[in-house]
Design a protein around this ligand. Structure first.
Ligand code: NAP
Length: 490
């Protein structure tokens, strides 16, 4: 997707809601003045579309335009409260599988923060579609809610490769994988292990792992030590906002959302309805997203020209919008935009990084699957609802399992082992995970249907006495347990 001389790249532009149209107009004006090789295709999304009865907030024509162009720039979209359906932002991210959320965090000239002068300049690479944000939630009982945290090997691999690709493109020296692998050994652990697998392919980049809570701590203590941080969806959601706060807040933060087939660039802030239509909005975040877009299409010189004009405008502090200027000295969006245009061609003391083209690896279009050499079925977890105490439940389940191919190995409550009794002081809720192990593990052969009759027999016997919600098969892949043990299990 590189712009050849004279050719223009078509980009879908979503002016969005609230201050969106104002910051979009300002951005387009600056890019036009800078000679950006872009042809805009303006499309609708957001509040007005919801009001017309759409449940996604994104009409078909807009999806088609982004699919055809492969590129979009988006102003904030309101998430409807009390009408409409899902978030239009999430619709776009999921529809185009925009799995890599790139959030640069750099100290900007003229924007005073407690960290000014520390030289903060990092990028947070957040996995954008998996993890708890898949939104797979079920009430298990009336007192217990469950959300599935799904992380996949290809999902981890592609975001880690994106982080290294970006580090190379931006001449960055360090990639830190930030996870909670110490607690969630299978899900977050998968991200950590994938980092360890991929890192040796990039010997020129210093690779490391950091536990996410320590990462948050270090971001506040020593943010200048970070270069690229790659992390899962929820971790990234939190630390990217934290990091934006270090350099001036969400109001000036840009981001890109990249996938195999499309890339979408946006401001991180929302539609600021309180100042919408008043000509007061600061277009810095969307303009910075447009600078990322210019680099994405290979238009490095125009990107540098616009970035330097923005830097020098901020550094000189003349004609800044109200959110940046000293109290009572703010100007409107138009005057700030005009000032940036006047500064096109000037250079600040803050250098523009050396950028090289960055293209994501494209993944094969097949259902991702990796078959282990051996697979055994070793047991099941049955999640059931009861208000019995753990010892009584254990006694009854032991009796149920007595003449079956299973033994009751233990019961846990909210992940804590409560049977056999541990002496712990666990507060119980009416949702128990009851682990039954096969007396003789069953090798799973090609059909993988072995053990089903035994499971049905046990579950029917349990179901005659208890309400069960779901069953998890306990497997062993290549001789290794594919499940975790509850806290406190001996
Ligand atoms: P917000 O729109 O970011 O606004 C919070 C406040 O920040 C504004 O009232 C304004 O404060 C200031 N602000 C934000 N952007 C600014 C800008 N460019 N220039 C000047 N001031 C700016 O957050 P919100 O009020 O929580 O959300 C409003 C709507 O936006 C909601 O419908 C939400 O769903 C949506 N939203 C969309 C996105 C997205 O599309 N990616 C992201 C976040 C929120 P003052 O004028 O009071 O100083």
């Amino acid at each position: 997707m590189s712009a050849s001389a004279g050719a223009k790249t078509k980009v879908t532009a979503l002016p969005g809601d609230g201050i969106g149209p104002e910051v979009m107009a300002a951005t387009m004006k600056i890019l036009a003045e800078a000679g950006a090789p872009i042809e805009w295709e303006v499309a609708e999304a957001g509040a007005e579309v919801f009001k017309k009865g759409s449940v996604t907030g994104v009409p078909r024509e807009t999806l088609d335009s982004i699919a055809a162009n492969g590129l979009a720039i988006k102003s904030p979209l309101e998430t409807p409260v009390g009408y409409g359906g899902k978030s239009a932002n999430v619709t776009l991210r999921k529809y185009f599988e925009l799995y890599a959320n790139i959030r640069p965090v750099r100290e900007l000239p003229g924007i005073q923060t407690p960290y000014t002068g520390r030289g903060i300049d990092m990028v947070i690479v957040r996995e954008n579609v998996e993890d708890v944000y898949a939104g797979i939630e079920h009430m298990q009982t009336t007192t217990v809610a469950q959300c599935l945290k799904l992380m996949t090997a290809p999902g981890c691999e592609r975001i880690i490769r994106a982080a290294y690709g970006l580090a190379q493109a931006e001449g960055r020296k360090q990639v830190m994988v930030a996870t909670k692998a110490n607690i969630m050994k299978l899900t977050e652990g998968m991200m950590k292990r994938m980092g360890e697998k991929v890192a040796p392919e990039f010997p020129d980049i210093k690779s490391g792992h950091i536990i996410i809570d320590n990462c948050a701590h270090q971001l506040v203590i020593k943010p200048e030590a970070f270069d690229v941080i790659v992390t899962s969806n929820m971790n990234g959601d939190i630390i990217s906002d934290l990091a934006a706060g270090l350099v001036g807040g969400l109001g000036i933060a840009p981001s890109s959302n990249l996938g195999d087939h499309a890339a979408m660039f946006e401001a991180v802030h929302g539609s600021a309805p309180d100042i919408a239509g008043k000509g007061l909005a600061n277009p810095t975040a969307l303009l910075s997203a447009a600078i990322m877009l210019l680099r994405h299409i290979g238009s490095f010189e125009v990107a540098a020209t616009v970035e330097q004009a923005l830097f020098i405008t901020l550094a000189e502090g003349k004609n800044l919008t109200g959110d940046l200027a000293p109290r009572g000295h703010g100007v409107g969006t138009d005057a700030f935009t005009g000032q940036i245009i006047d500064n096109l061609g000037r250079f600040s003391t803050m250098p523009t990084r050396e950028y090289k083209p960055f293209e994501l690896k494209t993944w094969p279009e097949l259902t991702a699957h990796m078959e282990p050499d051996t697979r055994e079925l070793v047991g099941i977890d049955v999640f059931l609802e009861t208000d019995l105490r753990a010892e009584e439940l254990g006694r009854q389940l032991q009796a149920i399992a007595q003449d079956s191919p299973f033994t009751l190995s233990g019961i846990s409550n909210r992940g804590v082992s409560v049977f056999p009794p541990t002496g712990g002081q666990t507060f119980l809720v009416d949702h128990f995970a009851c682990r039954f192990m096969f007396k003789h593990p069953i090798p799973l052969l090609a059909s993988k249907s072995e053990g089903q009759a035994e499971i049905s027999y046990l579950v029917q016997r349990i179901g005659a006495k208890f309400t069960w919600m779901h069953i998890e098969k306990l497997q062993r892949f290549d001789g290794k347990d594919a499940f975790e043990r509850p806290q406190g299990e001996g």
